[in-house]
Design a binder for this molecule. Structure first.
Ligand code: 7TS
Length: 404
């Protein structure tokens, strides 16, 4: 059980008003809000401990390095990685996926095939398409059924002897579907094919265990997990990371440099060129503290309750269409009211203090598959309340007649 008042008191932004009304923040899928302790950690670091990591003999540099490496240990524990060597800090999920595509992509050859799904975020589509500039690679796409679940029968049928990689989202940022990634990975491994899981929408809401999933790569962003912006994580299986060439070149990632020959640093530093966002990385540990203290089971149970309640009440609205009805889905509700434009709905909700996202949600192929241009999306985090759902529903009742 959670104490919602204690939780909300840690998020000062939740007290603000929009157009004179209390903010109802339902855009958590895009980014979550940040508890005070994370912002304080950033301030403390700038005021007390700002020094570049891994470079100095001096005290501040060592303290900064320790803070960064502490977060690496916390992240490894959070996803049950075997070793901190498998935790690479990036700018976010997008950069983590680009890293894998660019680096592992070197192993792909003309005629090879990659399997993606129709519900991928552009971040897990475009990096793979970029590889097609230099190689003749084909991309095969797993479709969905009417509830927004992946067609696993089709997935299984897509493998050929040229399949070299599978990249799939754990949770859809539009439909909320939680994909059976363990099963998806097991199937790929039967064909000797590695799998990247885009965990951007899973890591804030589900317990992640990369060893249980047997994932080869797992990518996520701190800013969606009550953490700071500008920090992401790529988990990679050690043996794969060891075999892969560096992504970017620069400081921190080398063993020895000469103009004749350069050697690279050990893992994970081989993939961390240049000065990282060490302040953000240090503060990210406080966001993980917040999640662990609150308890992932409590977070999931609370969000699930809000999802059920909101879904049920939304059906009161004439013409309500909800996209994504998979059992056990995550707390994301994409919808349209009759034939009203998603943008108009979102703008009117904003005027009533309710923050939702509208548009294609960086998932245009999914919109095409659904036969729509975009949706309105309400998404929940641990600090949302039933009262906020009531305010959201009241706002929908108010605007629905204006939109018909
Ligand atoms: N993958 C998924 C499934 C996502 O939902 C997002 C961001 C990303 C990757 C990219 O993450 P980033 O931190 O590197 O930007 N999704 C959204 C969204 O749904 N609305 O705004 C951002």
């Amino acid at each position: 059980m959670i104490n919602i008042d204690t939780i909300r008191s840690q998020f000062p932004i939740l007290d603000r008003r929009v157009y004179g009304r209390p903010l109802v923040y339902l855009d958590n899928t895009a980014t979550s809000q940040t508890p005070r302790r994370v912002v304080e950690a950033i301030e403390q670091m700038y005021f007390n401990t700002k020094a570049n990591v891994h470079r100095g003999v001096h005290t501040l540099s060592q303290e900064a390095t320790d803070l960064q490496e502490h977060t690496r240990e916390r992240v490894a524990r959070y996803i049950n990685a075997e070793s901190t060597e498998e935790i690479i800090f990036t700018r976010g999920t997008t950069e983590a996926i680009n890293l894998v595509a660019a680096s592992y992509g070197n192993f792909l050859e003309n005629g090879d095939e990659i399997i993606l799904t129709v519900m991928e975020h552009h971040a897990n589509i475009v990096p793979w398409q970029l590889l097609q500039r230099n190689k003749r690679l084909s991309i095969k796409v797993v479709p969905i059924n009417e509830r927004g679940e992946l067609r696993l029968d089709v997935y299984r049928s897509l493998f050929t002897e040229r399949t070299r990689f599978v990249a799939v989202t754990h949770v859809s940022n539009v439909l909320g579907t939680v994909n059976p990634v363990k099963e998806i990975i097991a199937e790929a491994h039967r064909h000797g094919v590695p799998v990247l899981v885009d965990g951007a929408q899973a890591s804030p809401h589900l317990k992640i265990d990369v060893r249980d999933l047997d994932a080869d790569f797992y990518a996520f962003s701190a800013h969606k997990m009550y953490g700071p912006t500008g920090v992401g994580v790529l988990y990679g299986r050690r043996s794969l990371l060891q075999s892969m060439p560096p992504y970017q070149g620069g400081g921190e990632m080398i063993g020895h440099v000469s103009f004749e020959k350069t050697t690279f640093a050990e893992l994970p530093f081989k993939f961390e060129a240049g000065t990282p966002d060490f302040v953000g990385i240090a503060a990210f540990a406080k966001a993980l503290d917040f999640i662990e203290e609150t308890g992932m089971e409590n977070i999931a149970a609370h969000e699930h309750e809000l999802l059920e309640y909101a879904t049920e009440r939304m059906m009161e609205i004439d013409g309500m269409r909800i996209f994504g009805t998979a059992p056990g889905k995550s707390a994301v509700i994409s919808f349209l009211i009759g034939h009203a434009h998603h943008y108009d709905t979102g703008m009117l909700l904003d005027k009533l203090g309710v923050a939702v996202r509208t548009g294609h949600h960086c998932a245009q192929p999914l919109m095409t598959a659904l036969g729509i241009e975009g949706t309105v999306r309400a998404s929940f985090a641990v600090y949302n309340t039933r009262d906020e759902v009531d305010a959201f529903i009241a706002a929908l009742h108010r605007i629905a007649p204006m939109l018909q």
